[in-house]
Design a protein around this ligand. Structure first.
Ligand SMILES: O=C(O)c1cccc(C(=O)CC[C@H]2O[C@@H](n3cnc4c(=O)[nH]cnc43)[C@H](O)[C@@H]2O)c1
Length: 219
């Protein structure tokens, strides 16, 4: 039953395994609803919109595993976004990449709720040592070379994490005027493709720990 005194939270993951890891950390679920909205920004945006049309929410959180940029977010760490950036939304030109902002077609950056992001970062930091606050990039194509990783970090100041859904979830939330956040647990470094180096278990455990902290923050 809906508790009217508590904030209603929608968490959007990409896949069921992320959803399950988050559910595992929740001991009460009356005000936190978790859905798996699919991989990539389009599926994430459509499924977030569907959920927001169906029920009333006060906060939307894009959450799941992600790739950490070397020197910014190590494997096993947790990152709370201070910005959500669609890193491949723009045009390639002879002089390099031009973002949507530079092209004058809108913005490829969405603001998170800074007060909430800081509060969650500080709450996580009390029990978990390796937590960071930084920009989380959304890309439709997973980076697979050191060269692309370097291009992204040169182009986007402070780039901390790469994932595939945040900007889609955030675009839907912004259209409904609902504060948005993104939180990622790091399963792999951004760069050359090395599937066997992925630390899925640690990243899923990070999601479980994070959801327990979120429940305390929003209780
Ligand atoms: O097969 C591969 O080489 C491969 C490499 C990276 C990611 C995938 C996925 O299918 C995972 C997509 C899924 O996980 C998130 N995620 C995790 N790590 C990254 C990353 O380094 N870059 C982008 N997305 C990542 C993402 O949000 C998706 O939900 C396969």
């Amino acid at each position: 039953m809906m508790d009217k005194n508590k904030k209603q939270i929608l968490i959007v993951t990409a896949v069921e395994a992320e959803r399950d890891a988050i559910m595992k950390g929740l001991y009460r679920t009356e005000n936190i609803h978790v859905i798996a909205g699919g991989v990539g920004p389009v599926s994430a945006a459509v499924n977030t919109t569907k959920a927001l049309c169906t029920s009333k929410y006060d906060i939307v959180i894009s959450m799941g595993i992600g790739g950490g940029f070397v020197g910014r977010a190590e494997v096993g760490s947790i990152v709370v976004a201070n910005k959500i950036i669609a890193a491949d939304l723009g045009a390639e030109t002879a002089e390099g990449f031009s973002s949507l902002d530079e092209l004058g077609f809108g913005s490829a950056q969405l603001k998170v709720n800074q007060d909430l992001a800081t509060k969650i970062f500080e709450s996580l930091h009390k029990t978990i040592p390796n937590v960071h606050l930084g920009p989380i990039l959304t890309l439709s194509t997973v980076t697979g070379t050191a060269e692309t990783a370097a291009k992204l970090t040169n182009r986007i100041k402070g780039a901390t994490v790469e994932a595939m859904e945040g900007f889609g979830v955030a675009t839907a939330a912004v259209k409904f005027d609902i504060p948005v956040l993104e939180i990622r647990t790091i399963s792999n470094p951004v760069g050359p493709r090395e599937r066997e180096a992925w630390r899925m278990k640690e990243a899923f455990e990070g999601l479980t720990k994070t959801s327990t902290v979120l429940q305390e923050v929003f209780s």
